[in-house]
Design a protein. Structure first.
Length: 243
């Protein structure tokens, strides 16, 4: 059908089976959407079905007449992790918000700071200030302050710097709080141990001193007699002689 140029005739069928995420179907539908300049359907197809030549499609539409189609190309580059290509394409169409979002999602410090430099070079002070917040976690405070100071844009960096100071102060306060609580717990534990030792010593003082054992005495007595005759020893004992 593609060779005959009749892809549109089977479009309803392909839409119905696209959920299977077959590469040939996805690429055929994407081709139809490009021809129809239906960028909304194209983007939806890209989001839901990823089995197709992503870079090939991006290269095909990155020079399209419609800005929204070129924007889809930048979006495809971003999804594919081609951050620099995506940002470069967005810059050409002055899609600065897309540039910031792509830089933020990249997680690349250098890429975010390079975008700040670009906004400075273009005289986009508001974009510079906005980018500081969109890429907040990627921009190093010393770099932001240096760029702002060297280019007379400190006023535009104030909101970002205030937020950084507030965050750092909060972290320091939290550390101090944790340290004080740890010291308080340590003192309470030490005091508890002292009280236990004090009670043990008090109980020891209340107990009476141990009495000495009575001395053992060995008394030798003459055997008793009965009628002048010595008593018979118990059964099994040898008779005792007289003294």
């Amino acid at each position: 059908m593609r060779k005959a140029g009749q892809l549109r005739l089977v479009k309803p069928y392909m839409v119905a089976v696209q959920s299977n995420n077959v590469s040939a179907v996805n690429e055929a539908l994407n081709e139809i959407y490009v021809e129809e300049e239906d960028y909304e359907r194209l983007r939806e197809s890209i989001d839901l079905h990823d089995s197709f030549d992503q870079i090939g499609l991006a290269q095909k539409i990155e020079k399209h007449e419609l800005v929204e189609m070129r924007r889809v190309a930048a979006y495809i580059y971003k999804k594919a992790g081609k951050w620099k290509q995506s940002i470069a394409l967005s810059k050409k169409d002055n899609l600065y918000k897309d540039c910031m979002e792509t830089a933020s999602q990249s997680g690349d410090h250098d890429l975010a700071e390079q975008l700040l430099v670009y906004f400075i070079e273009q005289g986009k002070k508001e974009c510079f200030a906005t980018c500081l917040f969109v890429c907040y976690d990627l921009v190093r405070p010393d770099v932001a302050l240096e760029l702002a100071w060297l280019n007379n844009m400190v006023v535009f960096a104030y909101p970002y710097l205030l937020q950084v100071m507030r965050e750092y102060t909060g972290k320091v306060d939290e550390i101090i709080k944790d340290k004080l609580e740890a010291q308080k717990e340590a003192k309470a534990k030490e005091q508890e141990e002292k009280e236990v030792m004090s009670q043990q010593n008090m109980y020891a003082q209340l107990l009476p001193n141990a009495l000495p054992a009575p001395p053992m005495q060995l008394a030798l007595t003459a055997p008793q007699t009965m009628g002048g005759m010595p008593l018979m020893p118990p059964f099994g004992m040898p008779p005792m002689g007289g003294y």
